[in-house]
Design a protein around this ligand. Structure first.
Ligand SMILES: [Zn+2]
Length: 90
């Protein structure tokens, strides 16, 4: 739940997957009824963040010439990947 009320109608706003929804005028039936901080939301958000970081790290690894830096990137990618695999699959 966000601190600021909806500028249109003063309704309570919630953030879900990076978007802000008003509980008064937006149709919430298409999203989860327990929007906000919940286990599922955090897992979904974490998956998105990890995937995007993994993608960036992989791209950086492809462009990196220095072995020491490559080692850092591989280690980082391995951690992201490991964490991704630990997340519950849908
Ligand atoms: Zn509203």
């Amino acid at each position: 739940m966000l601190a600021d009320p909806c500028p249109r109608d003063g309704g309570i706003q919630v953030r879900y997957r990076g978007k802000v929804y008003c509980t008064t005028h937006d149709d919430l039936s298409s999203i989860t009824t327990s929007a906000g901080v919940s286990y599922d939301n955090v897992v979904a958000q974490m998956r998105e963040v990890l995937l995007s970081r993994l993608s960036e790290t992989t791209a950086a690894l492809g462009a990196e010439k220095e072995p020491a830096r490559q080692e850092q990137l591989v280690s980082l990618a391995a951690k992201y990947f490991e964490l991704l695999q630990k997340l519950p699959q849908k």
